[in-house]
Design a protein around this ligand. Structure first.
Ligand SMILES: CC(C)(COP(=O)(O)OP(=O)(O)OC[C@H]1O[C@@H](n2cnc3c(N)ncnc32)[C@H](O)[C@@H]1O)[C@@H](O)C(=O)NCCC(=O)NCCS
Ligand SMILES: Nc1ncnc2c1ncn2[C@@H]1O[C@H](COP(=O)(O)OP(=O)(O)OP(=O)(O)O)[C@@H](O)[C@H]1O
Length: 285
């Protein structure tokens, strides 16, 4: 008989989902060259963010993602108790993020999107996006209503941003990010180019409230048209696509138009892709 049991304890479903969510955030941050966003090359249009901070923030969110999945398994159904539980855990996660980053918003939108998806994956692995939408449609009595950048943009332009994207079942992920990821992979473009193409596909139509807040409608128009131009030129794997991507990067940096919402939705795309590959979900999203 051995004094120590050297066999690793199998990971729980909540552990695995939290791992996948953090992996997706780190892959999103590392992916380069992303237009005007933080990546391996630099800080894009940001003065207060850098790659090390994005990594530290992603790791700090692991316990929140695990707790959300556990809440789903414990409560067992979509309803106000689960919505309010993940709202509380999400706000606590946001506090851990702010402590880690010394007050900088690195992943606010990502906690929302990936938090809902992790919760839904624990509950209904065969219809994750739909389940996440049902959760997002429920009211959380305890949610504060600060005049966030998103709320200001909603007043000025009518764009409902992160909340609406989730309530509609993440159309940017299901109808643009994931199909483009699969298409570019199938065309043999290589994993990094396929991920860049997925980000660009999301950017072509998203009403990104980060961009609207920072650069108004001209900024949003530049983001959407520029992303489409890269894809039309052959995508990230082609020489002319790369040239267009470089131009888009320069243009968005000049406009201060960092597409943070699109970046979150790329992380959500990578998460659903990982869940599918990991075998947690055997069905449709
Ligand atoms: C819904 C959230 C994102 C607040 O949205 P709001 O637009 O008011 O805030 P804010 O401008 O600060 O952040 C929005 C973030 O969403 C991302 N985003 C921007 N545009 C979009 C878009 N069109 N689609 C998706 N995400 C977007 C960006 O990263 C942006 O920074 C969320 O933080 C929230 O309500 N938190 C309350 C706590 C809660 O219930 N948490 C639940 C965790 S599952
Ligand atoms: N690689 C990335 N680079 C920059 N932002 C990202 C990246 N990945 C995700 N984001 C998202 O972008 C948001 C940060 O964008 P931004 O800094 O414009 O938000 P803000 O705090 O509302 O604005 P500001 O910095 O102008 O005060 C975060 O909520 C985060 O989820």
């Amino acid at each position: 008989m051995h004094a120590f049991n050297l066999q690793a304890k199998p990971l729980s479903l909540a552990d695995r989902l939290a791992d996948l969510a953090v992996d997706a955030l780190i892959d999103e941050a590392d992916l380069s060259p992303k237009p005007a966003l933080v990546d391996r090359r630099g800080n894009g249009a940001h003065t207060d963010l850098h790659l090390g901070l994005m990594h530290a923030s992603a790791l700090a969110l692991w316990p929140a993602f695990k707790e959300m999945a556990e809440a789903a398994l414990e409560l067992g159904e979509v309803g106000v108790p689960l919505r309010e539980a993940i709202g509380r855990i999400g706000r606590e996660g946001e506090q851990s993020m702010l402590v880690t980053t010394n007050g900088v918003n690195t992943h606010r939108g990502a906690i929302w999107a990936l938090g809902l998806l992790v919760t839904a994956a624990a509950l209904q692995p065969k219809s994750i996006a739909l389940c996440a939408a049902r959760l997002a449609l429920l009211d959380d009595r305890y949610a504060p209503t600060p005049l966030s950048h998103g709320a200001q943009v909603a007043q000025r332009y009518g764009a409902r941003g992160a909340r609406e994207e989730a309530q509609l079942g993440f159309p940017s992920v299901l109808q643009r990010g994931l199909p483009q990821l699969h298409k570019s992979r199938a065309n043999g473009h290589g994993e990094q180019n396929a991920r860049l193409d997925a980000l660009l596909a999301i950017m072509t139509e998203l009403a990104d409230t980060c961009v609207l807040y920072r650069a108004g409608e001209p900024g949003l128009q530049a983001m959407q048209a520029g992303a489409q131009a890269v894809l039309d030129a052959g995508g990230s794997a082609s020489l002319s696509g790369r040239r267009r991507l470089h131009e888009l990067d320069q243009q968005l940096i000049a406009l201060n138009a960092s597409p943070g919402g699109a970046a979150d939705l790329l992380a959500a795309t990578l998460l659903l892709d990982r869940i599918e590959r990991d075998g947690i979900s055997q069905g449709a999203f």
